[in-house]
Design a protein around this ligand. Structure first.
Ligand code: SAM
Length: 231
């Protein structure tokens, strides 16, 4: 690989670096990869032995193929055309990531995965409130083992899930709606980014809330979250 190519893929943006930091794996699948920067860096840093890139759309698929070929990593990164997990065989991947999409879209991709195809480790980075992913994880036998909130254009949540039997104890002793909306680990950590986000929600929702409205339920969750982080 030339120094120019190494330089080109030297560092990812902060949200993808946070995803990278939560992975150390054998075969990794990046679903909706676009530029394939995450799989390239996973291989270059030795954090994955092999990657599978999945892309639905022709433009990003061609870009991924080009970037992988330019980096000379075709033998370790397999670029596949397809929707969600459908191009993967059962138990083929040890881990997977889905990043840079809405939480509802990510949860939909996870729900549509065929039996046996989802790997035991998932690292997910939605661009909006991750509640649909946390709901899916609780219904689907995945525990939330790590959560980060990354400062960027807006605060980017990053979630690490591990398949595990039994109830997820991360939610124990927390108000459920608040934990699903803001994250059980993030609430316990009570960092400044989360505090600012909850306070902004309280300000935004207060004039909209009234009995029976969704805004009231969201405001209740935000106020419960404030009680956790500011006991
Ligand atoms: C906003 S980009 C994010 C790219 C990259 N993951 C990142 O975080 O920078 C979303 C990409 O996912 C692809 N995509 C959307 N839905 C998909 C699906 N169901 N299966 C595979 N790829 C999908 C889109 O074509 C697009 O390239």
């Amino acid at each position: 690989m030339t120094p120019q190519v190494l330089q080109r893929f030297a560092r990812l943006d902060e949200r993808l670096e946070a995803v990278l930091a939560l992975l150390h794996t054998g075969t990794h699948a990046d679903i909706g990869s676009d530029h394939a920067k995450l799989p390239l860096r996973l291989i270059q840093t030795g954090r994955a032995r092999r990657c599978i890139v999945v892309e639905l759309n022709p433009g990003p698929l061609a870009l991924a193929r080009r970037n992988v070929a330019r980096a000379g990593l075709d033998n370790q990164i397999d670029v596949r055309s397809g929707n969600g997990f459908s191009p993967l065989h059962p138990a083929e991947a040890d881990s997977a990531s889905i990043t840079g999409m809405g939480a509802g879209t990510i949860a939909g991709i996870l729900r549509r995965a065929e039996e046996g195809v989802l790997p035991p480790t998932l690292v997910l980075q939605p661009n909006d409130n991750p509640a649909p992913i946390r709901v899916w994880a609780r219904e689907s036998g995945y525990h939330l083992t790590d959560e980060r909130l990354i400062d960027g254009y807006w605060p980017y949540p990053v979630l690490r899930l591990l398949r595990h039997p039994g109830p997820d104890l991360a939610y124990q002793d927390l108000p459920l709606a608040a934990a699903l909306r803001y994250g059980p680990h993030l609430l316990r950590e009570a960092g400044p980014l989360l505090a600012a986000r909850i306070q902004a929600d309280v300000l935004r929702l207060t004039p909209l809330a009234a009995p029976g409205r969704t805004a009231q339920l969201e405001l209740d969750a935000a106020q419960d979250a404030l009680k956790v982080i500011e006991p």
